[in-house]
Design a protein around this ligand. Structure first.
Ligand SMILES: Cc1cc2nc3c(=O)[nH]c(=O)nc-3n(C[C@H](O)[C@H](O)[C@H](O)COP(=O)(O)O)c2cc1C
Ligand code: SF4
Ligand code: SF4
Length: 379
């Protein structure tokens, strides 16, 4: 049996993520008990949201008193969170805690009390007026400097940080993503609303953060749509029932075992994100490659050298009969091609292994693209 790391290659907070499927938080609903019932089908869960200081705890009471929405209510957030986290400690699920706080120190204090065994997710998503007035949720998308201060406060405690956002609220989601990355965030959890995969692709092309795509991703078709436009994982909230989660888990596990790269991008000319440079040809024709290279600041010659150097001594170096003399330039296995397939056969390379090698090539290209990005955008 293929193990989860070999299948998905996903690590969060130094733990192997069993499947690229998460439960997204729902205040008053998603706690440890909720997660444990679904633990066999997910890789990660964001419990909460939990309000962690007086202004946000008062906001939770106000929201709950209105009667339309549930909230987790308690007097001592540390005690409550410790209880919840302890319940999940032995489960294979990577635990995230979705937090609402009104200032950076509120988050840092929780991190000091709970330690680095969980992922700290900043709730920059909630639009309940009482919560926004308390200085969290969507407030952070309107005042990104406040959000970056929270990220930095958490990172100074040495913990893994996720930021949950709602797309289309900040002035520019791409800029926000970059600033979050430069401030030290590890994960961006995006409620895509109705913007869908084009928005996700833009964000993928802007930062190397681990991306979790969210909103109505309740079918395998939707899941693959997100994974092929830049998501590392997807999350479900309202439809996080056992039946839906187990169906998605089984389908993506099968897909990964058969295809080799569970979140392979579409080809660049079919709307893929920049990970698809791993499948691109030599830059010799009129197509989206050359404009993409100039947009990401990768000179043509360097792109050529990078790909050739990366595949040197690997099976991807082979392919004299292919269009450009090496599998480094060859297309996805979903595009039929007898020349590529002939080379794979001669080299005794299974198609799924070819795709795995393309994933490694893509990882190298992504490191190069983001490593060399100007670092003047951290404010
Ligand atoms: C009842 C309810 C409570 C929610 N509470 C939170 C919350 O506390 N923190 C948060 O970041 N998102 C919260 N969300 C948003 C969800 O995590 C998710 O982003 C949204 O429901 C869209 O995903 P879905 O289509 O899978 O439900 C809540 C959603 C619902 C329906
Ligand atoms: S280089 Fe090839 S794969 Fe890439 S965008 Fe152009 S035609 Fe498509
Ligand atoms: S040989 Fe086939 S797979 Fe390779 S670049 Fe040419 S068309 Fe694409």
């Amino acid at each position: 049996m293929m193990d989860a790391f070999e299948r998905f290659g996903l690590l969060i907070n130094d733990r192997i993520v069993r499947t690229p499927l998460a439960i997204a938080s729902m205040a008053g609903i998603v706690d440890a008990g909720y997660v444990l019932k679904r633990a066999d089908h997910i890789g990660m869960a964001c419990i909460g949201g939990y309000s962690v200081d007086q202004p946000t705890m008062d906001a939770s009471k106000a929201v709950s008193a209105e009667g339309n929405r549930k909230e987790f209510l308690y007097d001592d957030p540390v005690k409550e969170l410790k209880t919840q986290v302890a319940l999940l400690e032995k489960s294979p699920v990577v635990t995230g805690i979705n937090l609402r706080g009104s200032e950076p120190e509120s988050y840092a204090a929780i991190a000091r009390s709970l330690g680095d065994g969980v992922v700290y997710e900043i709730d920059a998503h909630c639009r309940q007026p009482a919560m926004v007035a308390a200085g969290c949720g969507e407030h952070y998308l309107k005042k990104p400097a406040d959000l970056l201060a929270v990220v930095r406060a958490l990172k100074s405690e040495g913990v893994t940080v996720s930021v949950k956002i709602r797309a289309g609220v900040a002035e520019d989601d791409r800029q926000l993503a970059r600033k979050l990355w430069k401030s030290g965030a590890d994960i961006l959890h995006i409620d895509l609303m109705d913007f869908g995969s084009p928005k996700l692709r833009q964000i993928r092309n802007s930062c190397p953060l681990l991306l979790i795509a969210n909103n109505s991703i309740n079918t395998f078709e939707r899941m693959r749509e997100m994974l092929s436009h830049g998501a590392d994982m997807v999350s479900l909230a309202r439809k996080s029932d056992e039946r839906t989660l187990s169906g998605l888990d089984a389908a993506i596990s099968r897909y990964a075992a058969e295809e080799g790269w569970y979140n392979s991008p579409k080809q660049l000319c079919r709307g893929g994100d920049i990970r698809a440079l791993a499948f691109c040809c030599m830059p010799v024709k009129e197509c989206p490659l050359i404009p993409t290279l100039s947009r990401i600041g990768l000179p043509k010659e360097e792109y050529i050298r990078l790909k050739l150097d990366t595949v040197k001594g690997t099976p991807l170096e082979e392919g004299k009969q292919t269009c450009f003399g090496s599998l480094a330039w060859c297309c996805k296995t979903s595009s039929p091609c007898m020349f590529r397939d002939m080379t794979l056969k001669q080299q005794n390379i299974a198609k799924k292994d070819y795709m795995r090698m393309k994933r490694e090539l893509s990882d190298t290209i992504m490191s190069r693209v983001f490593h060399d990005m100007p670092s003047d955008e951290s404010s």
